[in-house]
Design a protein around this ligand. Structure first.
Ligand code: FAD
Length: 404
């Protein structure tokens, strides 16, 4: 096999893809094209240990530079792919280059959702997606005491925890009526809100931000209740948007993500897509899902590599995700949307419990807080679509493993 494979995007999924292709002894040429200055790196620490200064940039790298120092791999960083010509099998870059491929993998990820607020371009206002973003935030943190965070999703709350732990005044403004409302139950939201409030974070819930005030830099945020909240640093965490425009303009079928099948193949058979940018069929939930998680990026990349190397493999796993805030590790398994019953296992007051989600009696998802055993053992039950009575599920004396 002496094919040419081009990967567009050099993020988490791309890093795993190159690793897996090497493991499968892919014999062709690999061109890895990414528009950031760095080789593939991990984003999760950006709102956690990298922001707090406990981790340095070198440790963020998915693989060290020497891994890519290989005749088979050509890396082009700071390079944006502008168009794809499916008929000719070419990608065209902003550097004016046209690169031919036999197989193309789109690993374009996602970007921070912009709110386009008045004042958003003032110095001191940040979105958080890349190393550059966090480097700029850290520099600004040095001279900032009052931090306003727009959005109480994972990223907003992780940043709130880091800033509060370093003694800053932190206010979180959230448009819905509870924290992490998109992904966790009201019980888990209430628990996390309480933990943050005990740490000194101030919340404005059911509150939108309408603009940011300042002359030379951000001075305050204005809410839809006409309140002015003083802030010398504003961080916006309002979700993400998948990068699908390149695929769409080439004629690859997209929906709310690039549509792929269980083999990570798009509507164009020689084009694969992996990671945040995709929407794929999940056999456990029997519907199309778009995930924003490291697990999905890694596993889709492994699946695509296997299929590219002629070893057919389908992707169909239980999704999982994590978030670190203070001393709390939240590990989420499965997709809770559509649940009709919640079971609490353990006691939130112990800062160690799980929230289980059931639909029509089937165990579909779990949020495990400082409960790694529940996290690990729940995967098999959720994958199997287990029906277990809520009293047994709530009993911490009974392991999930023994319920199989
Ligand atoms: P990305 O990592 O976004 O990489 C895509 C790359 O492609 C980017 O570098 C992009 O610039 C580049 N690109 C896009 N278009 C082009 C183009 N046309 N030409 C060239 N390059 C292009 N997940 C978890 O599971 N747990 C966590 O705790 C967690 N924490 C997170 C914290 C933060 C701050 C962020 C931002 C994300 C976090 N995530 C977490 C999500 C996780 O990082 C993503 O799901 C993962 O990075 C997806 O990998 P990806 O390769 O699909 O996309």
């Amino acid at each position: 096999m002496n094919d040419s494979l081009v990967i567009v995007g050099a993020g988490h999924a791309a890093g795993q893809l190159v690793t897996s292709l090497k493991q499968h002894k892919y014999a062709g040429r690999i061109a890895l094209i990414g528009d950031e200055p760095q080789l593939p790196y991990q984003r999760p620490p950006l709102s956690k240990k990298y922001l707090s200064g406990e981790m340095d940039a070198e440790r963020l790298l998915f693989k060290s530079a020497s891994f890519y120092d290989d005749d088979q791999i050509e890396t082009r960083l700071n390079t944006h792919v502008e168009t794809i010509n499916l008929e000719q099998g070419l990608v065209n870059t902003n550097a004016g280059e046209s690169i031919a491929y036999d197989t193309l993998v789109l690993a374009t990820g996602s970007r921070a959702r912009r709110l386009n607020l008045d004042g958003e371009n003032l110095p001191g206002v940040f979105y958080l997606r890349s190393i550059q973003d966090v480097d700029a935030i850290r520099e600004r943190l040095g001279t900032s005491q009052r931090i306003a965070i727009v959005g109480a999703g994972y990223i907003g709350l992780e940043v709130a925890a880091v800033c509060r732990q370093s003694g800053r005044d932190v206010t979180v403004i959230e448009v819905t009526d509870r924290v992490m409302s998109r992904v966790v139950s009201p019980d888990v939201s209430a628990f996390y809100q309480r933990v943050h409030e005990e740490a000194g974070v101030v919340f404005h819930l059911s509150t939108g931000v309408t603009r940011i005030l300042g002359d030379t830099h951000a001075r305050a945020v204005v809410t839809d209740k006409d309140e002015e909240i003083d802030a010398d640093l504003v961080i916006i965490g309002a979700g993400i948007v998948p990068n699908i425009e390149l695929a769409k303009s080439a004629g690859v079928v997209v929906d709310d993500g690039i549509v792929v099948d269980a083999y990570c193949q798009t509507s164009s058979p020689e084009v694969y897509a992996v990671g945040d940018c995709t929407t794929h069929p999940n056999p456990i939930y029997q519907r199309q899902v778009r995930l924003e998680s490291v697990h999905n990026a890694l596993e889709q990349a492994k699946t695509a590599a296997s299929n590219i190397c002629g070893k057919p493999q389908e992707y169909g796993q239980v999704p999982w995700f994590w978030s670190d805030q203070y001393d709390l590790k939240l590990q989420i398994v499965g997709l809770s949307q559509g649940y009709d019953e919640v079971v609490i296992r353990g006691n939130p007051d112990d800062r160690r419990f799980s929230c289980l989600y059931l639909r029509d009696g089937v165990f579909i998802a779990i949020d495990a807080v400082n409960s790694p055993r529940d996290f690990i053992q729940s995967k098999a039950l959720i994958a199997a679509g287990a029906r277990i009575d809520p009293i047994t599920l709530a009993d911490t004396a009974i392991d999930f493993k023994s319920m199989m």
